[in-house]
Design a protein around this ligand. Structure first.
Ligand code: SF4
Length: 460
């Protein structure tokens, strides 16, 4: 792009979706190996912002030790006649997209979960200072969101300063999230859709309603409304709610129509308040996953920051692979933390009466929204680390799911040591997206052939 002639690497939409593996990375900013990380956009008055000013607090890219992970924060102040507080969350979400436009600069997730990598290749080409990243962001923000008249950015790598500013960022997120509470789906005529994540999950479309916050936890119904107003042709758009097809399940004719139009007809029905049958699709930047645990007929929850294995023996990353991609996967459901505070949270599946396990730190964050009669019956990693321990805990606390065990006799899985399945050695996968050379290639229902398939019992 001509507007980036002074930048030593390429900048363009074709780099969205580019992954930088560990062996290709020069440094990592944020991510699972560091605790402190954040990104924030703040609305300021015109005289509080020095246009296109870039500040770096802490070591710059060229001063960081190659191969390491660093605490990292980015604080962006914006000003303009049309810029209002309701737009902060939406502008902030575009940081993800615009960073990914930079060749060899990968950005994942949002808010306090951000994870960035700079590639060795781009560093060697000269992308060695935050000044250059800031310049690109300023240009992209101003050209794509012209209502931003002034913008200034602070990059922070000083560990103490990142920690301190992250505290402030967390307070800003909390205030934003609390604002959308109380409003009901039935009180409004419009929902909002978002397709920003389609570069990573081609059939994903968020349906954002007052009672279902976006999967990334970064966009509320109010944010959606503000974004659609100032940038009606942008990735966040208005959905006419339409006819209510099932209020309890959260199915609306307008929601179905919007996902159908925005997923090339791939997804035709969405029921907002369930993890089964026609659940909301899951992209890849969900804050957490609600996962079905068949052994206890209950649901577990895990968030991105949980570093241990969950009660079913799988870490977040493994379950995220099964959940992501813009699909509707029965029993693996991408969610935001704020959605857990919704009175309609998974209400079709039993709501909180069906949740049996979750990390202690998340339980603490949403505790006030869990019904009192069940809050102490939901296990955390401190109560149960295995399914057997979980069963004991649930029986002891008389969790409501125990009643379900009486209703349906538990199926006993046959003992399988090792079995070689002769034929047909073929596995069907619903969809495999491949990004290459600026094109997104989607293989629909590809079949994988193998000479033989071995089914092996996994030891605990
Ligand atoms: S998770 Fe949904 S709302 Fe958030 S950026 Fe992605 S598509 Fe948009």
């Amino acid at each position: 792009m001509a507007m980036f002639e002074d930048i030593p690497v390429d900048v363009g939409v074709i780099y969205e979706g580019e992954r930088i593996r560990k062996h290709q990375m020069y440094v990592e900013l944020g991510g699972p190996n560091v605790e402190s990380k954040f990104e924030v956009v703040k609305n300021k008055s015109m005289d509080e912002v020095e246009d296109e000013k870039i500040t770096v607090i802490g070591p710059d890219l060229k001063d960081l030790e190659p191969g390491d992970s660093y605490p990292y924060g980015i604080w962006i102040d914006v000003a303009g006649k049309e810029v209002e507080e309701e737009l902060e969350g939406v502008i902030e979400r575009r940081v993800h997209e615009f960073c990914n436009f930079i060749e060899g600069f990968m950005h994942l997730n949002q808010r306090y979960d951000i994870w960035l990598r700079l590639s060795k290749k781009s560093f060697e080409k000269g992308l060695n200072t935050f000044e250059l990243i800031g310049k690109v962001l300023h240009k992209l923000f101003k050209s794509d969101l012209p209502f931003i008249e002034k913008i200034q950015t602070t990059f922070v790598t000083d560990p103490e300063k990142v920690k301190e500013m992250m505290g402030e960022a967390m307070r800003i997120y909390d205030v934003r999230d609390a604002k959308a509470r109380g409003l009901k789906d039935e009180d409004v005529k419009e929902f909002y859709g978002c397709t920003l994540c389609q570069s990573f999950a081609p059939t994903h479309c968020c349906v954002i309603t007052p009672q279902r916050y976006a999967n990334c936890g970064a966009i509320s119904w109010f944010d959606g409304r503000a974004a659609a107003r100032v940038d009606p042709k942008g990735p966040i758009f208005k959905i006419e709610r339409g006819e209510c097809l099932d209020a309890f399940k959260g199915e609306w004719s307008g929601g179905n129509q919007a996902v159908k139009e925005n997923t090339m007809g791939e997804i035709t029905r969405v029921q907002l308040y369930t993890a089964f049958n026609y659940p909301h699709t899951s992209c890849g930047c969900f804050e957490g996953i609600a996962f079905y645990i068949p052994e206890v007929d209950g649901m577990g929850i895990v968030h991105r920051g949980f570093g241990e294995r969950t009660v079913n023996g799988l870490p977040f990353s493994t379950m995220a692979d099964s959940t992501a991609g813009g699909r509707q996967v029965d029993g693996f459901h991408g969610i935001s933390i704020e959605y857990m505070r919704s009175p309609k949270f998974l209400q079709v599946d039993g709501g909180w009466n069906r949740i049996v396990w979750m990390p202690a730190i998340i339980k603490e964050r949403v505790k006030d929204f869990i019904p009192k009669e069940v809050v102490d019956k939901i296990a955390t990693e401190n109560d149960a680390k295995t399914i057997d321990e979980l069963k004991v805990f649930l029986e002891k606390t008389e969790h409501p799911v125990v009643e379900r065990w009486k209703a349906v006799p538990a199926e006993v899985a046959p003992e399988v040591e090792e079995e070689v399945v002769a034929a047909p050695p073929e596995i069907s996968v619903p969809e495999v997206p491949i990004a290459a050379g600026g094109y997104m290639i989607i293989l629909k229902e590809p079949k994988i052939y193998a000479k033989k398939v071995i089914v092996r019992k996994v030891e605990k």
